[in-house]
Design a protein around this ligand. Sequence first.
Ligand SMILES: [Zn+2]
Length: 92
Amino acid sequence: MGSLKEDWKETGKDLGGAFKQLGKSIVKSGATVVDKANDWAERDDAKEAARKEAEVMKAVEEREANKVTCPHCNAEIENAEAFCPKCGGKLS
Ligand SMILES: [Zn+2]
């Protein structure tokens, strides 16, 4: 009655070996996929970074455009309204 047990043991060993091989090839192809995913991620990061940089540049440009220099105290005022927040002088 011990032979069935032995059979299972052998089958298990075989299966184990097969799984090991399968595992190896999965790990191998998995590593390739990870490499590819990293490539994509890096490309997306670069695109995203470029887009963010363009956004920041645009925001800076817009801020520069809104920036005025007070004719009374020469303070640089961002998003200035009618009066200088520093000296209270009227802006142009
Ligand atoms: Zn001023």
